[in-house]
Design a protein around this ligand. Sequence first.
Ligand code: NAD
Ligand code: TYD
Length: 342
Amino acid sequence: MSKKKTYFITGGAGFIGSNYIHYLFEKYDVVKVINLDKLTYAGNPANLDDLKNNPDYIFVKGDICDAEVVGKIFQKYNPDFLVNFAAESHVDRSIGNPEDFIRTDMYGVYVLLEASKKFGIKRFIQISTDEVYGSIDKGSFTEESPLMPSNPYSASKSGGDRLAYSYFATYGLPVIITRASNNYGPYQYPEKLISLFVTNALEDKQLPLYGDGKNIRDWLYVKDHCEGIEFVLQNGKIGEVYNIAGGSEKENIEITGLILELLGKPESLIRYVDDRIGHDRRYSLDSTKLHKLGWQQEHPFEKAMQETVQWYVEHQDWWKPLKSGEYLEFYKKQYPEEMPLT
Ligand code: NAD
Ligand code: TYD
């Protein structure tokens, strides 16, 4: 009997990684997944509770910077594919404390690449981000655009992105890099714009809108992102970068208004607060390269947003416990004495 296709997923207890693991088990009848996750504040094994009795899903609590644990996973499971989602992922946290970002988003990538080189891998997918390009006032970034990251998160992700490429260029490792735009959907830790604002609004708490609220992000439904990653893994050319755009550019104030409308909450919940330091004005991606390869997005923005908001309405038992403890400490530091978050 031939070996089951085996995916080594890192950071699979986080937002996109857990959606991707669900996606794999839905898409393939026969597949094995090893999920290595450090379980930082953003990692939540409850995201994958439905798989806990599945013998083809193996969870390993550990750090991608730990070469020993990474090596053991290679030796024991001989994975076909490695998809690296593990990262510190929140820009605001990177401004206050860049060290963990540099460690995980750069050094961690090095450890995974070294192990892949030593033990062999059919595809190494580095999940990068549109933020590596920096801000753009007009037009959209293609894969050829220069990288101009402007905060410690995007800079460390750029380091991981280019390091992964260097293992292709130098050692011939079968690396592919994806750069996606801002994701939204189920299981997003309630600290990013959409997950934070939906959950705050549900609790009748204020929505802290940075600056003039007119910064623009391009929104990608997480399920489209997962399909895009798998499409690239199966069809992409090694050594290449693929942008995965949402094709839905919106000002933050538009997103905020839509959330309030969908929840039937008043605009008085909006609170304009000081701008984020070094706040990128606009992100915009050109996905022509991926479309030419044959990928198409399947979920229209309005419907996917409705479903996302509904998911948070129906899963208060998932997000309410997350908005306490370490989360509150972080937000108290961000908004000392200003925001009634408890
Ligand atoms: P997330 O913060 O929700 O999840 C990150 C996961 O990585 C968590 O489960 C965490 O415990 C784990 N992790 C962190 N450090 C680790 C380490 N040293 N070893 C092992 N596990 C570790 O992030 P996300 O939003 O799901 O993002 C996943 C990936 O996608 C990241 O690489 C991010 O840069 C990229 N990305 C995110 C977006 C977005 O909008 N969220 C857009 C484009 C790209
Ligand atoms: P975020 O979800 O943190 O993603 P990123 O910074 O990686 O794009 O932020 C999306 C946009 O929303 C960004 O322009 C910052 C803004 N924002 C707010 O206005 N208030 C908030 O509380 C947060 C978290 C974000």
